[in-house]
Design a protein around this ligand. Sequence first.
Ligand SMILES: Cc1cc2nc3c(=O)[nH]c(=O)nc-3n(C[C@H](O)[C@H](O)[C@H](O)COP(=O)(O)OP(=O)(O)OC[C@H]3O[C@@H](n4cnc5c(N)ncnc54)[C@H](O)[C@@H]3O)c2cc1C
Length: 431
Amino acid sequence: MAVLFVFDRNILGALKDRDDRRVTFIHRSLVELDQRLRELGSRLVVRVGDPVEVVPAVALEARAEAVVAAKDFEGYAKRRDAAVARELELVGKSLLTVKDHVVFEGSEISTGEGEPFRVFTPYSKAWRRRFGPGDVAVQEWRPGALVPAADLPGDNPWSLRDLGFRESELWTAAGEEAGRLALRGFATSRMAAYATNRDFPDLNATSGLSVHLRFGTVSVREAVRTALKVGGPSAEKWLDELIWREFYSMILDRFPHVEHTTFRQEYQAVDWPGTPEHFEAWCEGRTGYPIVDAAMRCLVQTGWMHNRLRMVAASFLVKDLLLDYRWGEAFFARHLLDFDLASNNGGWQWAASTGVDALPTFRIFNPVLQSRKFDPDGAFIRKWCPEVAHLDSNAIHAPWEHGGPLPIVDHATQRQHALNLLQVGTGSMNA
Ligand SMILES: Cc1cc2nc3c(=O)[nH]c(=O)nc-3n(C[C@H](O)[C@H](O)[C@H](O)COP(=O)(O)OP(=O)(O)OC[C@H]3O[C@@H](n4cnc5c(N)ncnc54)[C@H](O)[C@@H]3O)c2cc1C
């Protein structure tokens, strides 16, 4: 067996930032993987280019019988992998894609009629009914089957500079060993209080594992095994979040149109009237709502945003600034270290009320109430918004009520506009 990694020029070429954090994370993880393979007498083969050309070429050079890759459910990846399979076939080889990214994929969890679920709770019940320990069993592998380093095809130069990128700062360590430590640390110190503390951005109460799950440096099966081993209501809650991830992955796979447009057709025609100036203020953390501004500054400076704040910031963009959720989705996609098309799209469509799992009531977050509830002392705000850090824990959530500058929009007014826009005038929920 030979292990190949292709830096896909089509993906790298589309990145806007030369210090994109994802490239640094992947690069560091590959350096570690290469090191481990070298300890076993082999090494990683790294190529840079279009996988449709590179994979068959390396398969020929390595005299491989077949190529095995993890299944990927994003539109581009599906088209790419189909093209790779066709090219491999032309040279007499086959592509075998295997499930790795999720415990259950695509149609494995369906309704009794074989239809995909569109609401999370019945999906998660069906997921749990179908689940057995065998679904997350440890896979055996035999390092003896690795091709010795000397017999492997050559590499392309693959330092970050060779790839045209610069090293960036990461809020978490990259690689499999770091992922394992992060999972263990969470399981032994924070998982038991997860259900109670998970919504408070200042408490560091969540696992921080999304980036490892995204890039495969922690296996979702190991994460599930850990949750089952710890047990109890908090671990169950955490397992629920892993199932959300599978739910959105299934949605992207079975409803690929969500990548470009609203899941629910009735919202495709909404003409969002928000302005580019407001979008810029949101991106730069200058809305005047301290919780939103703190969240956005944290995202841009670190590549991380807590889940509660992702919901608040997303709701604010759509329901207060009346901007198309796709603008915010693209901004998150550019900055999040853990960016995952399925979860990001699912989160944004959830916040915009255009997606799956629609509530009978219409969801509009009040940023001030959210701030008071989930950052009660303003500790998170103080970290990111020095201009309001001197305010006491009552004033900090709405400085304009205490003589401070007015925010760029008035929540009560915009909320009404949002309700009109989505034409859901009744039954609204003020969270
Ligand atoms: C607008 C918006 C955009 C988002 N974009 C992304 C994204 O690009 N990538 C991403 O991984 N998650 C995304 N999420 C989901 C969630 O915010 C992150 O997974 C979570 O904050 C990561 O922190 P954690 O690893 O500490 O999570 P934990 O609370 O420890 O949860 C464990 C794991 O469960 C999964 N998970 C948790 N919550 C969700 C959720 N709501 N949807 C799907 N999976 C979930 C993640 O893999 C996470 O690592 C988004 C949510 C919203 C509202």
